[in-house]
Design a protein around this ligand. Structure first.
Ligand SMILES: [Mn+2]
Length: 424
């Protein structure tokens, strides 16, 4: 962890300018009828979960270039996640990936408490084989033609639930790599029937206060078809399984130009939006840092979420899901957590009564202008003030660099090459 005096020292250099910017923004917002402290309070209460796999260096299909001081195991990962939370105060929970992070529950709980974190959704893994595993997932897992392979995949998911129950998790996210690479390789209908049957066995073991989140992805690792390819299939699954089943939307798992915010609105309308994997992309499932390519799209997603706030039973899980190939993973995750909060803050600034009036009056220009007024506002002083007041850093990346944390862990952690990156 980072010593508090380093945070205090780097904040001291910046506090005066930030406080002045906050006051100026407060004046500006009050002229728009918005109370800045109320926005700040909602931003401060907002948290996004870190993916445990995100603190390792990712890779591409071509190569992986390990960084300095990579975490060797889940306990190192939790240290890194603790630093992210310490500086951003926006990431109170971690989403584990099993079996990569499999350890006794007591040890996970003790470490989480030590670094001030909780646990979010559990993620199962049936897209790669583990040592000593009897059946291979080469040709699929929950939808495999072989019953014993499907059973093995179901049992693994149940194991994830059981571990999750001991560490305070309340959700299981299921993403599978199942699909096909050649036309004719698989019968779409029979493959999906096998998947549904297997998912029903998992759902039957889900505790009453848990949710089962299914994640669609249009391609990769299967390149011709995937079993859960889009939000339509995802919705069918959630509908088929029951009330505790909802859809998870990974922003990178759609074709270019797909209107993701509209998918979000549809899923909200029918009670099936379970959560998000936030990231960004230019061409496909790039797993780039959230808000790095298209921050306006992220804002439009949050516009739908703010619009739905207060809907009974509406509480989607918010998680990051990124792969960092060329940046320090801690810096990227801190940046993304701030970008998610930024989109939320901007969406809170939209004058919803005015927007509805322009929509009802068919004034397309003023409706668009009203929406964009939120996006155009520089809310950084709100984000920085929320972080500082919670004990975090006004400038998390600058503070992280000043702390020497990366060099310290690089000295303690020998270089490893086998840590799971994961494009999920
Ligand atoms: Mn994902």
């Amino acid at each position: 962890m980072i010593a508090q005096d380093i945070i205090d020292r780097t904040n001291a250099d910046r506090a005066r300018a930030m406080t002045a910017d906050y006051a100026a923004l407060g004046d500006h917002l009050s002229r728009r009828g918005i109370e800045i402290d109320a926005v700040k309070a909602r931003v401060a209460a907002y948290g996004v979960a870190i993916p445990s796999w995100g603190v390792g260096t990712g890779g591409t299909r071509f190569a992986r270039f390990p960084g300095e001081g990579e975490p060797r195991h889940i306990f190192d990962k939790l240290d890194d996640c603790g630093v992210i939370q310490q500086l951003t105060r926006a990431t109170p929970t971690v989403s584990l990936h099993i079996p990569w992070d499999k350890q006794p529950a007591a040890d996970l709980n003790a470490k989480a408490e030590e670094v001030g974190l909780g646990f979010d959704a559990m993620n199962s893994n049936t897209f790669q084989d583990q040592p000593q595993q009897p059946s291979s997932y080469k040709y699929g897992s929950l939808s495999h033609t072989d019953a014993a392979t499907r059973r093995q995949a179901v049992d693994h998911n149940i194991e994830c639930i059981e571990l999750g129950q001991q560490i305070g998790s309340k959700a299981l996210t299921v993403w599978i790599g199942d699909g096909s690479n050649f036309p004719g390789q698989a019968n779409f209908t029979r493959q999906f029937e096998r998947y549904l049957e297997a998912m029903k066995s998992i759902y039957a073991k889900l505790p009453d206060d848990w949710r089962l989140l299914t994640e669609h992805k249009m391609y990769e690792p299967a390149f011709y078809s995937t079993v859960v390819q889009d939000w339509g299939t995802n919705y069918l699954i959630a509908k088929e399984l029951g009330d505790k089943a909802q859809c998870l939307v990974d922003l990178g798992h759609h074709a270019p130009n797909v209107n993701i915010e509209m998918i979000v609105a549809r899923l909200i309308q029918f009670g099936k939006l379970g959560g998000f994997h936030f990231n960004d992309s230019k061409y496909g499932d790039d797993d780039l840092d959230t808000g790095s390519i298209d921050p306006f799209r992220l804002f439009l997603v949050f516009n739908e979420l703010v619009d739905a706030e207060g809907t009974p039973g509406f509480s989607p899980a918010h998680m990051l899901d990124q792969s960092h190939n060329v940046t320090d993973p801690i810096e990227s995750l801190m940046s993304s957590a701030n970008e998610v909060r930024r989109a939320y803050a901007q969406a809170l600034l939209v004058d919803r009564a005015a927007l509805e009036g322009f929509q009802d009056g068919n004034d397309a220009m003023m409706a668009a202008q009203t929406l964009k007024a939120g996006f155009r506002t520089d809310v950084e002083p709100i984000l920085a003030m929320a972080r500082m007041e919670a004990g975090g850093a006004i400038d998390p990346i600058a503070t992280f660099r000043a702390s020497g944390y990366r060099a310290k862990v690089a000295a303690e952690r020998p270089r490893v090459s086998g840590a799971g990156g994961g494009i999920v």
